[in-house]
Design a protein around this ligand. Structure first.
Ligand code: AMP
Length: 546
């Protein structure tokens, strides 16, 4: 078979094999990430058969990083970022120092130079944006305090790495210049100057222009143009930030998101980038798998194990101790430390640079890649073990504050899913009559509106069984599913039916096929929006004629 290494081949192989492996992972009930990584190994250069282009795959993965960070920026305000600075700045720096020291010790023990060991240690100290954000997003945690600390921490790490990436070549690139501290200071000063320049540019110039552009586009009424504008802004700012200001793509995208997050259009902007974001995040994991040479596991089991231990155990203990020392709860400390107990894209860049500068031995890079793959693989397992999955914005039970998942179902009446255009009207009617209502809603602003009208609110994705149970579905009498997405509604109906066979389920649909599907899955009554609208409009027309 000819080795097709074109862009299309890489995308098709990456997504296609990832899909097959993720489907397998789903059947085996393990994290899809394991499937994506395996897919990468399969299409990578170290296994027989088709070989996709590693360089292209890594670039595609960068697009995933950009879109993820843009999405996080949309939900993040400058206030959120500053609110965690007291813990994120010292925390990230201390954690980097611990991981760095452990990495240096391992490197020296393996007989490498001090400089090589230092690069190795640095590569182990920085967590992957994609892995962290995916883990938090899957558990609806980005906007919780734990999530904010983890993201703030990540941004500080990001900045430290930007500095390291610039300083490394300055230290080792020009051999004649080695050890020249004036040169180093100068390089560091230039980096800081550029970072400050970038932030200033974003807040002074881009903050005036970008929201204006987006508003203008929204008023044209063209959805296509809006989607294009969002993508152009996210990718354009990230790329411009990297090229002009030498900061990372991730940081550029984060700031673009944060600026648009201040506008009314942030929710729509987030929705528009979702499908692309998810697809490219998958390619990120595939690209990690592609870089991985499984032989290293057989040839260097001891060093691989030590590397993974530094990433998973050493870094976590340091982060845990730090977060606890700042007075946060054990649960917050666990979440933050598990979020950061992995390495990814920055580590690969550092490893590549280190080998390129002849500072880091090739074995070092292999160990970093093995450490990345294994730590990413165990990350979802760690999360499941130590972190509570759903969060409740309802007032905590007095006996079990912060333990909402475990608390008894608190509703025996009506449960409503979705508080948007349809759900909010239902909520107003039910709450207006003084009846009890539990709302499940995954957007913060909508959840706040539901709370304001008097409902008990569970913030989370209703397709998850744990969220449905938390809303007290076992004992509820009626479930109203007011979300527009037919496929998701179908999955919810099936799960709800399993949880409570006696429940009366009323669902919303937008086509006859959806109606059939929802009824087949166990809905008792399905309201087809278009048919109801038609009936009302016809009724109006007939009344006018009469
Ligand atoms: P609308 O399309 O205006 O009726 O809004 C639907 C609402 O349902 C939005 O506020 C969404 O955030 C919410 N929603 C959609 N899917 C889910 C889900 N799976 N779980 C919880 N809320 C959802």
């Amino acid at each position: 078979m000819p080795h097709d290494t074109t862009l299309i081949g890489t995308i098709v192989a990456g997504l296609g094999v990832a899909f097959l492996m993720a489907a397998l992972a789903q059947r085996l009930r393990i994290s899809p990430i394991a499937g994506y990584l395996l897919a990468g190994i399969l299409v990578g250069p170290f296994t027989p058969g088709f070989v996709a282009d590693t360089g292209l795959a890594m670039q595609l993965a960068e697009i995933g990083v950009i879109l993820l960070m843009f999405g996080v920026g949309l939900h993040f305000s400058l206030k959120d970022l500053l609110s965690v600075r007291k813990i994120a700045v010292p925390g990230a720096i201390a954690q980097i120092a611990v991981a760095w020291a452990l990495g240096i010790m391992l490197g020296l023990w393996l007989g490498w130079s001090v400089a090589g060991s230092a690069v190795f240690g640095l590569a182990l100290s920085v967590a992957s944006t994609v892995v962290l954000l995916r883990a938090l997003q899957a558990r609806d945690m980005i906007e919780t305090e734990k999530g904010r600390i983890a993201v703030g921490w990540l941004i500080v790490e990001d900045l430290v790495m930007v500095l390291a990436l610039v300083l490394l070549p300055a230290m080792f690139g020009d051999r004649g210049d080695e050890g020249n501290s004036t040169g180093l200071l100068q390089s560091a000063a230039i980096v800081l100057f550029k970072v400050v320049g970038f932030v200033a540019f974003m807040f002074v110039v881009a903050r005036r222009i970008l929201p204006w552009v987006l508003h203008w586009v929204a008023h044209t009424g063209s959805r296509e143009l809006f989607r294009l504008a969002v993508l152009a802004i996210a990718l354009g700012v990230a790329f411009g930030a990297a090229v002009i200001f030498d900061v990372s793509f991730a940081l550029g995208a984060f700031f673009a998101g944060m600026i648009l997050g201040e506008t009314q259009l942030s929710r729509r902007a987030a929705e528009e980038t979702l499908p692309l974001r998810d697809a490219f995040a998958v390619l990120f994991f595939v690209s990690v798998g592609m870089l991985f040479d499984p032989h290293v596991l057989l040839e260097q089991p001891g060093p691989v194990l030590a590397t993974v231990a530094i990433i998973v155990v050493g870094k976590s203990l340091a982060a845990f101790a730090l977060v606890r020392a700042f007075g946060h709860t054990t649960q917050t400390a666990l979440t933050v430390s598990v979020s950061l107990a992995q390495i990814g894209e920055f580590s690969f860049i550092l490893a590549g640079l280190g080998v390129g500068l002849a500072v880091l031995p090739e074995t070092g890079r292999d160990l970093i890649l093995a450490g990345a793959l294994l730590s990413i693989l165990v990350n979802p397992i760690l999360f499941t073990l130590v972190v509570k999955r759903v969060r409740s914005d309802a007032p905590p039970e007095p006996a079990a504050a912060g333990d909402a998942e475990m608390s008894a179902p608190r509703n025996a009446g009506v449960v409503l899913i979705g508080y948007g255009r349809v759900g909010s009207h239902i909520g107003a009617l039910i709450c207006g009559r003084g009846d009890g209502l539990t709302v499940i809603e995954d957007q913060k602003d909508m959840a706040a509106a539901a709370r304001a009208s008097g409902a008990t609110v569970i913030v989370g994705n209703a397709t998850k069984e744990s969220v449905l149970r938390q809303a007290g579905l076992e004992t509820a009498s009626t479930l109203l599913i007011a979300i527009p997405e037919g496929v998701e509604a179908g999955a919810i109906v099936r799960r709800a039916r399993r949880i409570n066979p006696k429940l009366v389920i009323v669902a919303r649909a937008h086509s006859d096929d959806e109606v059939d599907d929802l009824v087949r899955r166990g809905a008792d009554y399905v309201v087809m929006a278009e048919r109801e609208t038609a009936a009302r409009m016809a009724e109006r027309a007939m009344r006018v004629r009469a």
